[in-house]
Design a protein around this ligand. Structure first.
Ligand SMILES: [Zn+2]
Length: 74
């Protein structure tokens, strides 16, 4: 399982209807809470749905494919 931190910015398979596809992780656990950076709406996704839909993560100001996301030490 990949490790995410609060505040991480990710993109999903499908963007938000507002046109944005950048989401900030604001809660994590069995359910993930994400905030759309376009309109600030918040959505809940189950962890399983989140893992299926997440595509990229922002690292050092660049979006990289989630498969290259390094697992961080906790
Ligand atoms: Zn939005």
């Amino acid at each position: 399982m990949l490790v995410y931190d609060l505040g991480d910015i990710v993109t999903l398979k499908k963007g938000h209807p507002c046109g944005e596809n950048q989401w900030k992780i604001i809660r994590k656990g069995a359910d993930m809470k994400l905030e759309c950076l376009g309109c600030n709406r918040q959505i809940w996704l189950s962890r399983i749905d989140f893992e299926k839909r997440v595509r990229k993560i922002k690292e050092d100001d660049k979006f990289i494919s989630i498969v290259h996301h390094k697992k961080k030490e906790e």
